[in-house]
Design a protein around this ligand. Structure first.
Ligand code: SF4
Length: 295
């Protein structure tokens, strides 16, 4: 029985699964099965989001499913947390893309969006992700963009492939207004990530190849994730293309006896609030009291 809680990572966030699924079938998807199990409930999600609005937690991430699939309902959710720092995960399909990009560009609370693109070319991505927008459309987004590349095995991230990713997205960063407007985030598949190897970055072939090819910038980690950041070698440090290799694990609550260190809070598509991705919510009312804004 969990008797007390602490907060782990500094960028602790509340992830909200929108109450509508996406039309893709990505092999590494960690939410697809959940959309079959949990009945989507928009009103319950709004109620739970209001608790977060009235809490000290600063960061909210909308994911799915596909947040861009219902702009009207997305606006309603955004209006509840418009004083928070908001990020959105999307595969940015063509359907509703104009309206969705308009929302991203207009809502001040939206600080950045993450767009899933897993292959080295647009044509290859089109085979995996249904009817996605052309790369050039991403250049019309006025907020910083993170390109999320998920791989089921590190071999996919051969240095040859990394150079192709960099070439593809550096071109869009240029169109978008500069290298600091877009970052390439290559990440391991959380579902398959071996927890015991999470922090073994120095043994990782990819990291060693990246360090020989690009400028090593930083290494950040916590109990549940590990990230190495590199950049293209260039004069002006501000204006260089950045890429990072990130590892994370599926279940992010860490237990020290009956104290739980939380690294995420999740609002599932049925409105349930849990503190782990497997739906754990033991004694959560105590944590929700802990984070309530003091009036
Ligand atoms: S686009 Fe995202 S939510 Fe949809 S199947 Fe792929 S990983 Fe899952």
């Amino acid at each position: 029985m969990v008797s007390d809680f602490t907060i782990g990572r500094s960028d602790f966030s509340v992830t909200v699964y929108v109450p509508w699924d996406c039309t893709n079938r990505c092999k590494f998807c960690s939410s697809k099965e959940d959309y079959k199990k949990r009945r989507c409930d928009f009103s319950k999600i709004k109620e739970s989001l209001m608790l977060i609005r009235d809490s000290i937690l600063p960061i909210v991430v909308f994911t799915g499913g596909e947040p861009s699939a219902n702009p009207k309902m997305l606006r309603e959710l955004l209006s509840i947390v418009d004083d928070k720092i908001v990020y959105i995960n999307t595969s940015l399909p063509k359907k509703n893309s104009d309206e969705f990009i308009d929302i991203v560009n207009r809502y001040d609370c939206i600080k950045s969006i993450s767009i899933s693109r897993h292959k080295t070319t647009y044509e290859e991505d089109l085979e995996l992700l249904h009817d996605i927008v052309q790369d050039e459309v991403i250049a019309t987004i006025k907020k910083p963009v993170r390109i999320n590349v998920v791989s089921q095995n590190e071999e996919t991230f051969s240095i040859e492939n990394v150079k192709k990713y960099v070439e593809r997205w550096e071109r869009i960063a240029t169109l978008k207004g500069g290298m600091d407007t877009l970052v390439l985030n290559m990440r391991s598949d959380y579902v398959r990530q071996d927890r015991s190897k999470l922090h073994e970055m120095t043994e990782c072939t990819l990291i060693n190849e990246l360090a020989q090819t690009y400028f090593y910038e930083s290494h950040t980690f916590c109990n549940v994730c590990d990230t190495c950041t590199f950049s293209k070698i260039g004069e002006n440090k501000e204006k260089v293309f950045r890429m990072q290799y990130h590892r994370g694990i599926m279940n992010t609550a860490v237990y020290f006896g009956n104290i739980a260190e939380l690294n995420d809070l999740i609002i599932f598509q049925n409105g349930d609030i849990c503190y782990d991705w497997d739906g754990t919510s033991d004694n959560i009312s105590k944590f929700l009291n802990m984070i309530k804004k003091q009036s």
